[in-house]
Design a binder for this molecule. Structure first.
Ligand SMILES: NC(=O)c1ccc[n+]([C@@H]2O[C@H](COP(=O)([O-])OP(=O)(O)OC[C@H]3O[C@@H](n4cnc5c(N)ncnc54)[C@H](OP(=O)(O)O)[C@@H]3O)[C@@H](O)[C@H]2O)c1
Length: 303
């Protein structure tokens, strides 16, 4: 955050104008991690958009999404993730970025999701128009659909300077063998997978391989679409959560994820300004050691 905007934020706080729950998130320097292939730093908390930003044409709902984005950028966030699969989300993001004047700050992350590589370029161009950005910072092949052909398109676009990074995605442990094969055989910059305190399959092979090959890792479904927090949210946080500054279950889970050395960023989705601040704040304090991470996983497993 620049000195000027930090001062402006302090003035707003002094005037009591910021929703109270997580006010310091706007002022703390967020954790950033390098993208291994380029060294560029990226904030470790991004923003998902599946379901949460698929609000159709409803003007108040679209305005509320813009406020979530405003709080996200104010707290130091940059990566927003979307897909043509997510209904109106791409247009909601584009409208929000224009409304809050942040199209130049976003790390625009989208996906190609269409059967048949020949249809990829038109879909990517339509997505770019909806976002209102000059080019995407990252384009991923969604769930490996027609991945051979789409990857060829994406590498060509990157070589021509029309795209900055190339990636692939999956979720919930699906097709990990194939993900691994692509990671070994193609010079991708990013891989996006599911990882959280209960879904830990990627710890066996995908995360170590990402470290070995210098591939950035985006973690999707950190809260299992909210179900994880609903399940454990009624229980008291363990006393040791205080050791890492986790003041909520959401922060507990995000700190567990971010402390894995292979993880570049997590992309929790939310409809709420207080939640986006809470999630960003998870990256501002201490992170658990390897030993404490084992204890965290064991604790949640036993709940
Ligand atoms: N194959 C793929 O490429 C793939 C697959 C799945 C997901 N993704 C990406 O990953 C993103 C995240 O995954 P996800 O959408 O499954 O959901 P998620 O981030 O695991 O969970 C989102 C849910 O958690 C709740 N939440 C967020 N922050 C919270 C907080 N601090 N306290 C309490 N509740 C909180 C939200 O409710 P509120 O609105 O009330 O905050 C929302 O219902 C997606 O949006 C998408 O961008 C990619």
């Amino acid at each position: 955050m620049s000195v000027v905007s930090r001062r402006a934020a302090l003035r707003t706080l002094a005037a009591g104008g910021v929703a109270a729950a997580w006010p310091m998130a706007a002022l703390a320097a967020p954790l950033a991690r390098p993208i291994p292939s380029t060294g560029e730093m990226i904030p470790a908390i991004g923003l998902g958009s599946w379901i949460t930003f698929n609000v159709g044409d409803d003007p108040p709902a679209r305005a509320a999404c813009a406020e979530v984005m405003r709080a996200f950028f104010a707290g130091g966030g940059r990566m927003i993730d979307s897909s043509p699969m997510y209904g109106s989300s791409q247009s909601v993001i584009g409208e929000g970025l224009a409304r809050i004047g942040r199209a130049g700050d976003v790390f625009a992350t989208d996906k190609v999701w269409v059967s048949g590589a020949g249809r990829g370029p038109a879909q990517i161009e339509r997505s770019r128009e909806l976002w209102g950005v000059d080019r995407f910072d990252l384009m991923q092949v969604h769930n490996l659909l027609s991945w051979e052909g789409h990857l060829a398109t994406l590498f060509e676009m990157k070589a021509a300077g029309r795209l900055r990074h190339v990636g692939i995605t999956t979720s919930e442990g699906r097709r990990h063998d194939e993900i691994e094969r692509v990671m070994r055989s193609h010079p991708i910059d990013f891989v996006q997978i599911t990882y959280n305190v209960l879904d830990r399959e990627v710890e066996r092979r995908i995360l170590p391989l990402a470290q070995e090959r210098g591939i950035a890792v985006i973690v999707n479904r950190p809260f299992r679409e909210g179900a994880l927090l609903r399940e454990i949210g009624a229980r008291a946080l363990p006393a040791f959560a205080a050791e890492i500054g986790a003041a909520s279950w959401a922060q507990f889970v995000l700190k567990f994820i971010l402390a894995h050395p292979a993880v570049t960023c997590a992309i929790p989705a939310t409809t709420r300004v207080d939640h986006v601040r809470e999630n960003l704040a998870a990256a501002a304090g201490p992170l658990p050691s390897a030993a404490l991470r084992r204890r965290m996983a064991d604790h949640v497993q036993a709940l």
